[in-house]
Design a binder for this molecule. Sequence first.
Ligand code: 4AD
Ligand code: MG
Length: 431
Amino acid sequence: MNAVYIEELARHVGREVLVQGWLYNKRSSGKVRFVIVRDGTGLVQGVVTPDADPDAFALAERLPQEASLRVWGTVRVDPRAPGGHELSVTRIEPVHIPKEPFPIGLKEHGVGFLMDHRHLWIRMRRQAPILRVRDAVLWAIRAFFHERGYVATEAPIVVGTAVEGTTTLFPLEYFGQPAYLSQSGQLYLEATCMALGKVYWIGPVFRAEKSKTRRHLTEFWMAEAEVAFLEHDGNLQLQEDLVRYIVESVVAERRRDLEELERDPEVLLAEVAAPFARVTYREAVDIVRARGVAMEPGEDFGAPGEDALSQHFGRPVFVERFPARIKPFYMKRDPENPDLALNADLIAPEGYGEIIGGSQRVDSEEELLRQLCEANLPEEAYRWYMDLRRWGSVPHSGFGLGVERVVAWVAGIPHIREAIPFPRTLDRLYP
Ligand code: 4AD
Ligand code: MG
């Protein structure tokens, strides 16, 4: 008999099937025993009665949590069961019976303990759906760009230059010369977009963030796009289209996982239904201050400021034209006010913070030189980047989307550390 996955059970109602997986939980009620089996695609409850195979009845009692097993049974519809189906078990075959109790019980554990057992924690009830939502987010990003004719071009991870400031670089020694882990693939995508027109990549990036917040990882995944001849307004439209596409695809493909996470898909759909809000940095500062968050014009928002904006709009909001002083060297200045950058941050609703940072890029050699100087960056290391402005420079724009922050928002989980299988933070390198 061919094995089926739990998520396919609806196609096998009334038939006997084989499910292969792990024992998630078990209980008894009178003469009946229940085994809850998981297989990575979902959970199903198996009902074992005394008239089933006597071995199966004994095993349903004896097998410990996370024993691996094969279960044969007939599929029945049961709207009250998780996943909507139940198995009337006919046979159970253990594959591996653990000798010690599984470290993670079904009771509450502290976060430190769970993080130390992350390699096992990912098997547990909320974690698997989050990782399936992550998969759906990543697929949606690829599908979006593929449908629009973008070419995926990868950026290197080991680099000789900073993109996003020098304070969060991870240094490393590269055969006797200094190198860093990449903070963003952007500079390289600017080069490949001049070769291919419109490009994107999804890759890991690194920031030596000394902050312990629920929004920061030291290693995270970024989806970045870069487009030749695209200007600021078109850049915002592209980001808006992408974010709406991600939400709609995840809701369409992973509704059951969202429901298991108690994330209401209708709330998400409503948040992205209307055009996203757009305000200037100056307007945003006033809104934040009017909501009682202390900040001075010229400063960055910080988490409390972003949360205030989130509450004010209740849908994604672009904050445009920041003071150029607090933004990286590569951003083009606003032609109407050279103190401002032609950039935007996209703030997610519900307090999930900044999910995208993007801008139009400097396209003149002289301006780029001046901005490199102002940022105290060594001209020599950026010579290749400067070359892009020497031969056929064109207006161009792009952005980077933080994958884990989007997963956290879509899945409705408060902390970004659960949005990636093995998070890296200031104090976490194990497992
Ligand atoms: O705003 P950031 O720093 O922008 C860049 O790196 C640009 N070079 C991207 C580009 O234009 N191609 O980072 C982009 C996004 C942020 O909006 C945020 O969502 C996420 O990456 N991000 C982080 N996510 C998790 N942990 C961190 N430490 C993050 N830092 C940024
Ligand atoms: Mg940013």
